[in-house]
Design a protein around this ligand. Structure first.
Ligand code: ACM
Length: 549
C-alpha cells in the first residue's frame, strides 16, 4: 500500500520535475570525438525559453537552422536576432560569432560554455554547422523547459578535408524529402560532401532539357530484378520503375545542403555505365542500329554493352549535357565516373578502332582517357575540376584530376605516387552495400563483409605513403552506398547506421583519440538514442559481428 503510494507520488513528482530540471548530455558522449575538450568545473549556463540566439550576419541561415533543430529536439523555441547594438536584451545567449582571428583552420569551431553565454566561433559555414551539431549533442533528446549546460571549452576541427557519403539513386530512387534527411545525417556526423550518383545503366535521375529523351526514355526501366543478380533463373517484378529529379528539386536540395555545410558532387557516369543513355540515343552506342533497353538487371560489366562510341554526336552530347549539369551545381568538383568501362565493345567496333588509330591512342585504355580528358575540358570551361573513379588512371591523365579510389591500398598508393589527390573509398571496408554480418538471415546485400569494427579501424593513409611523406595526397575518404539491393529508405538507414557514425570518427577525430570501446559506449548512450529520435533504422548486432568472425 505504502510502496504503491510512494511509487505514484514519485512518478507524479518526476513527471512534473523532469521538464524543469534537465541536465545536459555528457560532453564525453560527443561523436565524432572533438580535438580538445577542457571541462571547467565551476558552473553552468542555463538555457531556457527566454534565452536568445544572437548571430553575426554571416551566420543568419545557421541561426535559423539551430533554432529549428533545437525546437525539434527539445521544444525550446529561442528567438534569433542579428548581432546589432539595438538587439533585444536577454540574460542568456547562444552566440554564433564570425571570427577569423582565433579560428585559424578551415571548418574549425570553438564552443565555449561560460558565464551567461554559450558561444560558437567559426570563420566558415562548415565550422559553424559543426559547432551547432556539437552543441545540440549537449542538449537532451526530449522536451524540456530549461537545460543546464556545464561550463566547457571545446576546440575542434577535422582531420581530413574531404569527408563524404555517396548515394546511388539510380538502382533505386528516393524522394527529395529523404535526400534531405540523408543530408541531415551527413551534417550531424560532420561530413562535408554528398556524392549524388545520378546516372547509370538502370536510369537517368536528373532533368536534362537539351536531350529530353534522357527523361522520357532513359529515366524509366521496364521492370526490376528480384533477388540477387546471380540467382538462376532470373526473376523480374514486371513493374515499370523510374523517375528523375527536376531542376527545381535539385536546387532545393542544393540550398538545403548549403545551409548545413554540405557540398554536393553530382556524378554523370561515362563512358561505361551508359546503357540508359544509349537506350534513348542509340546513335551514341557502338551499335547504332540496335534498340537497347534501359537495364533491368545488375552487374552489367562485360556482360551487356553499355559504352559510348567515340563519334562526333557523342562528344556533342557530352559537351552539352555536362555543361547543362555543371550550370546547376555550384560546387567546384564534378564526378564523371569512368569506372568499369568494358573494353570489349570498343574492341569489336570498327568505328572505335578507327578513332583509336586516327587519334594516335595506344589502345582502348587510351580511348577511355581520351573521353575523360574531353569531358574534363568541357567542365574546365565551366570552372569545374573533375573527379573520376580510379580506373581512369589506366591511361596517362593530367594530375589535376582527383581520383576516387574504390580499389584497395595499392590503387591509392599508385594514384598518389603519380601526383593525384586521392579520396579513399575502398570496397573493403567502405562499401556500405556490403554485409555487416555473416548471419544468413541478414537482409540481402550484394556480397562482402564490412562489419563495424573494420570501418572504425580503417586508416585512410596507407603506411607506404606516410613513409614516403606522400600522405598529403590523401585528402579524405568516403563510403559508398549502391542501391541494387536497397529498395527502401529504412534499408538505406539499416545499411549506413552505425557504420557511417564509425566513419565520421575516422575522418574527423585525431587518430590518437580513437578508441573502439569508448566509441561503442557512446553509440549506446548517445547515438542509438539519436537514431531512435530520428526514427531511423540501424543494424543492432554490431557487437556480435567483428572482422575476426
Ligand atoms: C564502382 O564500384 N564501380 C565505382
Amino acid at each position: 500500500m505504502r510502496s504503491t503510494f510512494i511509487r505514484i507520488f514519485t512518478t507524479a513528482l518526476l513527471s512534473l520535475a523532469i521538464p524543469f530540471l534537465t541536465t545536459a548530455q555528457s560532453v564525453d558522449d560527443i561523436t565524432p570525438r572533438p580535438v580538445e575538450v577542457i571541462k571547467e568545473a565551476r558552473g553552468h549556463v542555463t538555457i531556457d525559453g527566454k534565452a536568445h540566439i544572437v548571430f553575426d550576419k554571416q551566420f543568419g541561415a545557421q541561426a535559423d537552422f539551430l533554432k529549428e533543430m533545437l525546437s525539434a529536439q527539445t521544444g525550446l523555441n529561442l528567438p534569433a536576432y542579428p548581432n546589432t547594438p539595438d538587439k533585444p536584451k536577454a540574460s542568456h545567449h547562444i552566440r554564433l560569432v564570425f571570427d577569423n582571428k582565433t579560428i585559424d583552420k578551415a571548418e574549425m569551431y570553438t564552443l565555449t560554455v561560460s558565464g551567461k553565454d554559450v558561444t560558437i566561433r567559426a570563420k566558415d559555414t562548415g565550422g559553424m554547422v559543426y559547432g551547432i551539431q556539437t552543441l545540440l549533442q549537449l542538449f537532451p533528446l526530449k522536451q524540456v523547459r530549461e537545460v543546464k549546460i556545464p561550463d566547457v571549452h571545446i576546440k575542434d576541427y577535422p582531420r581530413f578535408s574531404y569527408r563524404g557519403m555517396h548515394l546511388d539513386v539510380v538502382r533505386h530512387m528516393f524522394p527529395v524529402e529523404f535526400i534531405k534527411k540523408y543530408i541531415d545525417y551527413l551534417a550531424f556526423h560532420k561530413f562535408n560532401t554528398f556524392h549524388w550518383h545520378l546516372t547509370d545503366d538502370q536510369g537517368w535521375r536528373i532533368e536534362i532539357e537539351s536531350y529530353p529523351k534522357l527523361n522520357t526514355i532513359s529515366s524509366w526501366r521496364k521492370e526490376t530484378l528480384i533477388g540477387h543478380f546471380k540467382d538462376e533463373p532470373a526473376r523480374y517484378d514486371g513493374t515499370r520503375y523510374g523517375g528523375y529529379y527536376t531542376k527545381d528539386e535539385i536546387l532545393e536540395v542544393i540550398n538545403y545542403a548549403s545551409v548545413r555545410g554540405i557540398n554536393i558532387i553530382p556524378e554523370i557516369d561515362i563512358p561505361g555505365h551508359s546503357r540508359a543513355t544509349i537506350a534513348a540515343y542509340p546513335e551514341l552506342s557502338t551499335r547504332p542500329d540496335t534498340t537497347w533497353n534501359v537495364a533491368t538487371t545488375w552487374g552489367m560489366y562485360n556482360r551487356q554493352n553499355n559504352v559510348l562510341q567515340p563519334n562526333p554526336a557523342t562528344f556533342q552530347f557530352l559537351e552539352t549535357v555536362f555543361k547543362e549539369v555543371a550550370d546547376l551545381f555550384p560546387y567546384e568538383y564534378f564526378h564523371l565516373g569512368g569506372d568499369e568501362t568494358s573494353k570489349k565493345w570498343w574492341k569489336a567496333d570498327p568505328v572505335s578502332q578507327q578513332f583509336i588509330k586516327d587519334h594516335n591512342l595506344k589502345d582502348e585504355k587510351g580511348l577511355q582517357t581520351y573521353f575523360v580528358e574531353q569531358v574534363a575540358g568541357y567542365l574546365a570551361a565551366k570552372g569545374k575540376k573533375v573527379i573520376g573513379w580510379h580506373e581512369i588512371l589506366e591511361g596517362d591523365l593530367s594530375t589535376s584530376t582527383l581520383i576516387m579510389n574504390w580499389g584497395g591500398e595499392k590503387e591509392g598508393i599508385t594514384a598518389a605516387t603519380r601526383g593525384h589527390q586521392v579520396i579513399m573509398a575502398p570496397g573493403k571496408p567502405l562499401y556500405f552495400d556490403h554485409y555487416q554480418s555473416k548471419d544468413p538471415n541478414d537482409s540481402l546485400a550484394i556480397h562482402g563483409y564490412n562489419p563495424l569494427d573494420a570501418v572504425y579501424n580503417f586508416e585512410p593513409i596507407p603506411a607506404a605513403l606516410r613513409e614516403r611523406k606522400l600522405d598529403h595526397y590523401i585528402i579524405g575518404a568516403q563510403a559508398n552506398l549502391w542501391t541494387e539491393y536497397i529498395g527502401s529508405e529504412a534499408k538505406v538507414e539499416y545499411m549506413v547506421f552505425p557504420r557511417m557514425t564509425a566513419l565520421s570518427e575516422v575522418l574527423w577525430s585525431p587518430a590518437e583519440k580513437k578508441n573502439f570501446t569508448d566509441f561503442k559506449r557512446r553509440l549506446n548512450t548517445a547515438i542509438i538514442p539519436r537514431y531512435t529520435f530520428w526514427k531511423a533504422k540501424y543494424f543492432p548486432n554490431f557487437e556480435q559481428w567483428t572482422a575476426d568472425k
